[in-house]
Write a protein that binds this ligand. Sequence first.
Ligand code: ISL
Ligand code: CA
Length: 560
Amino acid sequence: MTEEKWWQKAVVYQIYPRSFQDSNGDGIGDLKGIISRLDYVKKLGVDVIWLNPIYKTPNIDGGYDISDYQAINPDFGNMADFEALLSKAHQLGLKIMMDLVVNHSSSEHEWFKKSRQGRQDNPYRDYYIWHDPVDGHAPNNWGSFFSGPAWTFDKDSGQYYLHLFAKEQPDLNWENPNVRQSVFDMMNWWANKGIDGFRMDVISLISKPTGLPDGPQSAEAPFGNAADVVANGPRVHDYLQEMHQKVLGRYNWITVGETAGVTVEESKKYANLDGRELNMVFQFEHMGLDGNPNPALGKWYDQPVTLEALRHNLTKWQTALSGTAWNSLYWNNHDQPRVVSRFGNDSPAYRVYSAKMLATILHFMQGTPYIYQGEELGMTNVNFDHLSDYQDLESINAYHELVDDTQLVAPETMMSYLHARSRDNARTPMQWDNSAHAGFSTATPWLKVNHNYHNINVESALKDPNSIFYFYQRLIQLRHELPVITDGRFALVPENENDNAVFAYTRQNNTQTLLIIANFTDQTLTRHYPLPTQHKLLIQNYSDDQGETLRPFEAKVYAY
Ligand code: ISL
Ligand code: CA
């Protein structure tokens, strides 16, 4: 392995500011709220906080539609609050990673307002991707990630503009060197404030394919799939290498690219240990394994993944990047359902066991782990009764497209899909205590609190030595203490390669071996593992070790 970097030993905690802590009683989380909870984050033991976007925004898409990259969303506070947050975090030894959303801006950004003013003598026209109609309609068949077409017609200028996401999120034209320089200047401006890195939103989509070809389109789908033809476009690596030269190379940062559609081979370019682009990427394959078998329905489904598929995928990434590039490790984020509900079992009998089991499997892998707020409590998906309880535009638009417009899905079925996969599962307010609104706010929160906050909350977790919180704390501590977790080779236990119930692997360096064993079912099983006589149990989620007997969702790690 090349010389170890600080971020290879680090653990990241993701904060979704709107849902973390409200400080002024308006039902919306804010920066002062985060400041008031930094001690809690510090107690968990993480090294870095990733903040979802906190910039000025019309808030069409949870702040991923930015109208000023250098101003703070007034719902969250102001620049002085941000500076206070950064300095308090640094005092505690916590780094701050910001979200960088530059595949697109908001349609309210000055650049786009100027861009749409016309085609003549307009230096901002080419900041975005404009195209003449083709045979009287949109230039190609691309659909938006948030339903409907990816092109919107602008009557005044007679052209279409591209938006891979909502029509209020026009795509920036990275082929224009002025766009790139504007982005790099903005990044250096944040660097001067003293931030510690960036998470780069859909960075794999910034280079559009030459000729803008149609995407694959299934029979029932109203539009073609843009991601398949846009991801990892022809100049994306040039752009990131330029970004590295003009920005990233100057700082000892943590950088992670959110890379929809990334393959192992592409990741070796984005996240190569030679350090010419990014430190690591978020791959999406393990998040797509439980999608609908009908491609027209995409992610909308309610059936669980099989252990075989999950293990096969995670193993592939562990082995393929080893020694060449660096993995990020995550089970969930602000776009994904809660992991204990998705890959574990959130019933009262098994929630705690399965949350700890999933944490064990992830945190002993090679890479940089990310913990999404509330994951350390075993927060679960939310079962909203009505569509009107949802706030997320992806969920609401998908309901209308699939139920009302195309009638591909029955209403009750779609509600079940939303319960299983809506992004709002992750966005319900953080559960701090048993008081009204879970201690998140004194007012009615912007999104309903999960009913289960009476049992699942920070206050009770901190009182219980066996809580999921303290289990995560221990996992983080072990990563900081044991080099093998960072540098050890990963190997599946051969006896388990095709096991449909147990995931077992080893990590090994020159001085130590770890054996990680996890029962993914609610059944008691028997499995035999060859263990040397000299071994010790490093961590487990039951209070004793019954050797070859594995109880429901039991996880344990031996060291030798
Ligand atoms: O590409 C996908 C599935 O194939 C999506 O999951 C895609 O990666 C995802 O929607 C991108 O998410 C990011 O950018 C969006 C924003 O809404 C999300 O919250 C953000 O994480 C647009 O900025
Ligand atoms: Ca507030």
